[in-house]
Design a protein around this ligand. Structure first.
Ligand code: NDP
Ligand code: MG
Length: 432
């Protein structure tokens, strides 16, 4: 019986994880569940799964949850705050931790799980983007087992097991597929009036709002490029991005002998989650079988970096190294949140990130403190840019920012980067 802690149990990945666990009561017990603000939902989950411990964001949320659980007769111990999150992530009573908090808030608890030698199911890609070297060192030093849950990385993992170095030597490229999000074919001139709901309406996947906006800008794929770099030890020039609108091929590994291995399936996160939970076994995930005849055509195309400057910015940050990926991530979190709050336009996101990358800290990422300091500085700078840009003049700023920063990046740096990186495909990118 595996004992599982789910960090971010009330989110989209949390829902899918608990759905897989629910199907296998003989294999899995829930040790702890965490949430930030959604107390009602967490109370329901505690009533169903009876975890020993639960963690929420604030003292008042904890008091509310305690009262709900008392009335329901559920004996779960309730804690709150960052220290409690890290403590529960490292708790010796659990052997497996699903890291599914969104954003930088997931870094410390995910790292705590790695340092406690857990089987870490990593959905929280931002943790790895921010502190890749530190995180991978912690996994090695403490004998943790890291299993990627992000569908692309899970696909690559299935095609390239980490634990056999003989595979590594023969890898020519890892190929990340991307759906292209809801605006893949939309006229770029019409993008500045996009509402948060439109940006979150992903054609193939149902996800949390932050990652949905990231998919619409393709920053999600940019973060995943950095994630792949750390997980698979792949240099930027061996990571290729291909748009695959059907989201059936979840990613591929191209080998030196010309073989390309791909993992296919319906777009449903329960598949990679079940793989991570049961690894190396396979269990029912509740996912309907893939019908390739019904899927029909599987198409692939090169991403247009003019349309998706955030993808270019992420390649820039990966090449810059040091804290640049943490700066990229922090600026993006503030920009996306500001867009979701209506403070900036969709088209301002790339401009804010580009400015913060240009003007933000550039030191080495040699300690967690150095990373967190860069994260804080980048957030402050991004907030200043958002406030200076404000809703009223957002359009003008967006044009200026994206034109001068991200636009150039996309056209020059990233055009070159991705061209180099992505070999034949992205090399053929034709910024429109
Ligand atoms: P959601 O927004 O749906 O859920 C986020 C979870 O994190 C919730 O449980 C939320 O609690 C909790 N949370 C939010 N802020 C904090 C905080 N400051 N401290 C502690 N907990 C917090 O996100 P997703 O499930 O979509 O994504 C989770 C992670 O998985 C992200 O890193 C994402 O990139 C990654 N991922 C997601 C995929 C998907 O299909 N959704 C696919 C691949 C990767 P509350 O509900 O109480 O606010
Ligand atoms: Mg993904």
């Amino acid at each position: 019986m595996r004992r599982i802690t789910v960090l971010g149990a009330t989110g989209s990945i949390g829902d899918s994880t608990l759905d897989v666990i629910r199907r296998h009561p003989e294999r899995y017990a829930v040790h702890a569940l965490t949430a930030h603000r959604q107390i009602d939902k967490l109370a329901d989950r505690c009533a169903e799964f009876r975890p020993a411990r639960a963690v929420v964001g604030s003292e008042s949320a904890a008091a509310e949850l305690r009262e709900r659980l008392r009335v329901a007769g559920v004996g779960t111990e309730v804690l709150h705050g960052d220290a409690a999150l890290a403590e529960v992530a490292a708790d010796g009573e659990a052997d497996t931790v699903m890291a599914a908090i969104v954003g930088a808030a997931g870094l410390r608890p995910t790292l705590a799980a790695a340092r406690a030698g857990k089987r870490v199911l990593l959905a929280n890609k931002e943790a790895l983007v921010m502190s890749g070297a530190i995180f991978m060192d912690a996994v090695r030093e403490h004998g943790a087992t890291l299993l990627p849950i992000d569908s692309e990385h899970n696909a690559i993992f299935q095609c390239l097991p980490f634990d056999d170095p003989r595979y590594r030597a023969g890898v020519a490229r890892v190929v990340l597929t991307a759906s292209g999000g809801p605006f893949r074919t939309r006229d770029p001139a019409s993008l500045h009036d996009i509402s948060p709901d439109e940006a979150c309406a992903h054609p193939n996947w149902v996800m949390g709002r932050k990652i949905s906006v990231d998919s619409a800008t393709m920053m999600n794929k940019g973060l995943e490029v950095i994630e792949a770099h750390w997980l698979f030890g792949a240099p930027a020039e061996r990571i290729e991005v291909l748009i695959h609108p059907q989201s059936i091929v979840h990613s591929m590994v191209a080998y030196a002998d010309g073989s390309v291995l791909a993992q296919l399936g319906n777009p449903d996160m329960r598949t990679p989650i079940a793989y991570g939970l049961a690894y190396p076994e396979r269990i029912d995930a509740g996912v309907s079988p893939l019908d390739l005849v019904a899927a029909g055509t599987l198409a692939f195309e090169t991403p247009d970096l003019q349309r998706f400057p955030c993808l270019a910015l992420a390649f820039d940050a990966l090449r810059a190294g040091g804290v640049a990926p943490a700066v990229l991530n922090a600026a993006n979190e503030i920009a996306v949140d500001s867009f979701l709050q209506g403070a900036i336009r969709f088209t301002d996101i790339a401009g804010v990130v580009a400015r913060v990358l240009e003007q933000g800290p550039r030191h080495a990422a040699d300690s967690l403190d150095a990373v967190l300091q860069a994260d804080q500085q980048a957030r402050a700078l991004a907030r200043t840019l958002v406030q200076a840009g404000g809703r009223a003049s957002a359009g003008a700023r967006a044009g200026a920012n994206v034109g001068t920063s991200a636009g150039n990046n996309a056209g020059n740096n990233a055009g070159n980067n991705a061209g180099n990186n992505a070999g034949t495909n992205a090399g053929a990118a034709t910024p429109s």
